[in-house]
Design a protein around this ligand. Structure first.
Ligand code: MN
Length: 269
């Protein structure tokens, strides 16, 4: 039981897209278990950039694993599968919080559409559960992830994270700069920025001279031109907290389109 002990401990489901052995999971669980009962359901291997996909044509195998005294399962699926399996196997009566992460890389701007980490939070949200995705925003390949910074920030801000105003269909996407905790300037609630990649697809040749392509690419960081976004906040050393809604409708355009399609022209056959 943690600092905010109540009659019933908070029921927490943790998942990720880096797999059951990922270090980010350790740091996330270490904080969460201080405040509630944690159960872990995570992919059996790394499934980064799987987006909000789900497994439909193959069976899901669920194995209980030893995990530092916590109830934990590995699933041969993606984060969406893990959340839904978790709500069937680990928390059949539901839970109060879904945490996804801590991811070994940023999920800023458009990244969230590719992100398996974010998909875990999306699936929790769809199930009507308060959900949070958390990522370490590292920008230089090979630099330390500083998960301890994310852990410390979450520990210090736990109450705000779990009691902050929320809405149906909405979750929090949190990115923590991968720097020393002392260097963190604070937190900013902000909108989604735009992360643009260049040289997205790389041409290579295999040992037999046959071409292949590897997708990854370098991010063009133009944080200065994106005031008020997660991209800018993290680049300036702030933790970014973005409320993301699953209602993807553009409300303004919806009205314009209604006008545009108000009098459809019917061409005689
Ligand atoms: Mn990942």
């Amino acid at each position: 039981m943690g600092r905010y002990a109540s009659a019933r401990p908070m029921r927490i489901l943790i998942t990720n897209d880096d797999g059951i052995l990922a270090p980010g999971l350790v740091h996330l669980a270490r904080v969460a278990r201080q405040f509630g009962e944690v159960k872990i359901v995570a992919p059996d291997r790394e499934r980064s950039a799987c987006g909000h996909s789900m497994t439909m044509r193959d069976p899901l195998r669920v194995d209980k694993v030893r995990w530092e005294g916590l109830e934990a399962y590995q699933v041969n699926g993606v984060p969406v599968d893990c959340v839904n399996v978790g709500l069937t196997v680990a928390w059949p009566d539901g839970c109060d919080l879904v945490l996804s992460g801590i991811n070994n890389g940023p999920n800023l701007g458009f990244d969230i559409t590719y992100s398996g980490t974010v998909a875990g939070a999306m699936e929790g949200t769809i199930n009507g559960i308060r959900s949070v995705a958390m990522s370490m925003a590292i920008f230089v390949t090979g630099a330390p992830f500083h998960y301890e910074t994310g852990e410390r920030w979450l520990l210090e801000n736990w109450e705000a994270v779990v009691t902050a105003p929320t809405k149906p269909l909405t979750f929090l996407n949190i990115n923590v700069p991968a720097i020393d905790y002392q260097e963190i300037k604070g937190a900013k609630v902000c909108g989604m920025g735009q992360r643009v990649y260049k040289d997205r697809v790389e041409f290579r040749e295999d040992p037999w001279g046959r071409p292949y392509y590897w997708q990854g690419g370098v991010v063009v960081m133009e944080a200065n031109s994106q005031p008020g976004t997660d991209v800018e906040a993290v680049s300036e050393g702030f933790v970014s907290i973005t409320p993301v809604t699953l209602d993807w409708t553009d409300r303004e355009l919806e009205k314009d389109l209604q006008r545009a399609f108000a009098h459809p022209v019917k061409t005689p056959l």
